[in-house]
Design a protein around this ligand. Sequence first.
Ligand SMILES: Nc1nc2c(c(=O)[nH]1)N[C@H]1C(S)=C(S)[C@@H](COP(=O)(O)O)O[C@H]1N2
Ligand SMILES: [Mo]
Length: 362
Amino acid sequence: MVRITTSGQFTREEVVLALRNPGMPLEGLRYPITPVGMHYLLTHFDVPYVDPATYELSVGGLVREPLVLTLDALKARPAVAMPVVMECAGNGRALLHPRPISAPWHDEAVGCAEWKGTPLGPILEEAGLLDDAVEVLFTGYDRGIDGGVEQSYERSLSLEEALREGVILAYEMNGQPLPPQHGSPLRLVVPDWYGMTSVKWLRSIKAIGEPFEGVQQAAYRYRSSEGDPGTPVTRKNPHALMAPPGIPDFLSRVRHVRQGRTLVEGRAWSGWGTVERVEFSPDGGQTWDDARLGELLGPYAWRPWSYEWEAREPGEYELCVRATDSAGNAQATESDESWNRGGFGVNAVQRVAVLVGATETD
Ligand SMILES: Nc1nc2c(c(=O)[nH]1)N[C@H]1C(S)=C(S)[C@@H](COP(=O)(O)O)O[C@H]1N2
Ligand SMILES: [Mo]
């Protein structure tokens, strides 16, 4: 698939995309569960209008017993509620040189909501997957054109991934019915994976006999060049972010912090394991020190961390943070270390410019 890459100023189209798809303001990292209106959004086409009262989910394809489930039938099934970090695979894309033209995320395409729904596995078992089924295809109600092809937004999972514990069909977000923009009335939630696989406005689930090769499946691959077949984008790479300390300058967002002690706080996550280490640097990554780790709210939640930073001298600082997970994965130092054509899975350390001023003497 052809993707244009560029450097320098953002195009009009990127600005329009960015306004349609807001990120989480990074001060939102202070909340263990991201309030609905602060959670990032990524909608490729239009938000479709789907009436929950007449909604039906069809489960079919290579199954013994196709099912049609109303929202009430789904809600009558066993329910689980869990905090899950959702992060767009394109988070960090705008930090690349040259940058791919798509949603121009810097660090903010993330949130951790509490999703409530019913596990997918038992539904697939009830429908009875036939022996020749190899994948499960999830299709949304939203349609559009991408890569020159008219399509519904759809993505597949291998049987193994689809049957994994934690994969749910969610009808609530933070204790409320799913809002339209987050997939009302039903969406797939695949914890540990990047967001593109958690199909919103779920219309159908279909067991299929061949690997799915549609546009949204083919697009999400780590490719080094146009001809490179690449590898699929799957789980979230380790990533730590800080809630920017102090107060911001309106336009540059440079942080103004008073001399002395500042408690820097943030959250970290990984789809490959548990975050076991978070390090903080006050000097652009020259020196690192371990941050204090807090407790996880659940296996798919983000991990709180904090660091007592002592700004001894007034001046300019660049604060950085990086996470390492239990599988030994660490973050890239520079964004271009993780350059790929689609700008996926970029997890370079966050860099926050800070101006430390002398303490007020009142
Ligand atoms: N049907 C449908 N599902 C979708 C998308 C979409 O455009 N259509 N976008 C995907 C992408 S790329 C991401 S990152 C997440 C974003 O979920 P959110 O908007 O609830 O944060 O939804 C995924 N599911
Ligand atoms: Mo995404």
